[in-house]
Write a protein of this length. Structure first.
Length: 423
């Protein structure tokens, strides 16, 4: 690269990723093939519209790659339709809201402090200015059990147009059958945000909401799915012509979503990203991806047990998926941001995160969120989790001791260098 300043920064990031351990559960490492597609000549091509219905010429290859990505996504998740154009998971969620709701309509979603996502109605988001969000929570944060009786009561009282099952920091599996039952009682569209667990669903180690009658699933394509950063919308129903608006009915939701994405919210799709999505979906269809998904969960559960044995307080008491949420104030009388910085100093990357009904501010919450997708990609196994838990414990204890931090960082670096390359 001729731009020396950019090259230096990129090289520094390669070193950071290679010599540390990525424990943020929403991050992962993509394959060389995904990176190659992401940096391909498709970045040069404008392709507004959909395959066979573009607003520019020269689309024979863009149509082919988008159709391939769509077919692979449908096969992975058992969908009737897939829209692979959303630029992010946030855009995917916004498109579903736009497709189904009118301003002022109600959405029932998980409370943010109980594990929900920013795009599930946080007051600072655009969607929260347009739509009315009401919340369900965990009944008991020590076990992670959702209060489904309260969820049903709220649904009947508020009559939401969408019931949204999904999370950003929830360590257990959701009971999609209960959601579906309640949704049918009130006539709501059933939407699952599977961004965090898409790879686990694709690998067969987490439930697929479509099995229970859900209408729509949204996702990112990175995280556990191990693809490029982008969004995905999967749906069931009649697939029609996106240039013709159908009646607003559940059977037409695929077409309504297509129209909400383009021309409703986005212009030209990022065809280089769609090519990388196609590659990632193809990788996820291989038998070895199932082994990977199982290993992610096994590592997370092993790490949870090691942390519990060291006296850490885990929200939900453990994990059924890829992530853990530690209440650091309850565990070590340290706020989450202080813990995040202490771990970052030794090469362990996590993120500060709120715990249920957290009394602390968002920029210095009580917890930290961590997970195992990225370290599993690099080859770590359950037997390694005792070492990782030990580093976490020690880093918090010696956070004010510069020399002790330096020695820990050297230990982490030595192990990280022996793991699989990041791409």
């Amino acid at each position: 690269m001729k731009d020396e300043k950019v090259a230096e920064i990129l090289n520094n990031e390669v070193l950071r990723q290679t010599e540390g351990l990525e424990l943020i559960p929403s991050e992962n490492y993509v394959s060389k093939d995904v990176l190659t597609a992401l940096g391909s000549v498709l970045t040069n091509k404008y392709a507004e519209g959909y395959p066979g219905r573009r607003y520019y010429g020269g689309q024979q290859n863009t149509d082919a790659i988008e159709r391939l990505a769509i077919e692979r996504a449908k096969q992975l998740f058992g969908a009737d339709h897939a829209n692979v154009q959303p630029h992010s998971g946030a855009a995917a969620n916004e498109a579903v809201y736009s497709a189904w709701l009118k301003p002022g309509d109600t959405v029932l979603a998980m409370d943010l402090s109980h594990g929900g996502h920013l795009t599930h109605g946080a007051a600072v988001t655009r969607s929260a200015q347009l739509y009315r969000f009401v919340r369900y929570k965990m009944k008991d944060p020590t076990t992670g059990e959702i209060d489904y009786d309260e969820l049903r009561r709220i649904a009947h009282a508020e009559q939401p147009k969408i019931i949204l099952a999904g999370f950003s920091a929830y360590p257990r599996q959701l009971d999609y059958a209960r959601f579906a039952e309640i949704g049918r009682e009130v006539g709501a569209l059933l939407m699952a945000d599977i961004a965090h667990i898409a790879g686990l669903i694709a690998g067969g180690v987490a439930d697929n909401p479509f099995k229970y009658g859900f209408h729509v699933m949204t996702s990112t394509t990175h995280k556990t799915l191990r693809g490029p950063r982008g969004g995905l919308i999967l749906s069931r129903g009649i697939v029609g012509n996106p240039l013709v608006k159908p009646p607003v009915a559940l059977e037409h939701i695929p077409t309504l979503i297509d129209r909400a994405v383009f021309p409703g919210m986005q212009g030209g799709p990022h065809m280089h990203t769609i090519a990388a999505k196609a590659v990632a979906f193809g990788e996820a269809l291989q038998p070895e991806f199932t082994d990977y998904a199982r290993a992610v969960v096994a590592n997370a559960q092993a790490l949870a047990q090691e942390l519990l044995q060291r006296g850490f307080t885990l929200i939900g008491g453990g994990t059924d998926n890829h992530l853990l949420l530690i209440d650091m104030v309850a565990s070590r009388d340290v706020d989450g941001k202080t813990a995040e910085r202490a771990l970052d100093a030794i090469g362990l990357t996590v993120n500060a995160n709120s715990v249920p009904d957290d009394p602390r501010p968002q920029f210095a919450p009580s917890g930290i969120r961590l997970g195992t997708p990225a370290i599993t990609t690099r080859g770590m196994q359950p037997k390694d989790m005792a070492m990782v838990a030990g580093w976490i414990d020690t880093a918090i204890t010696v956070r004010d001791d510069t020399e002790a931090q330096r020695q820990l960082a050297q230990e982490v670096q030595a192990v990280a260098r022996q793991l699989k390359a990041i791409a």
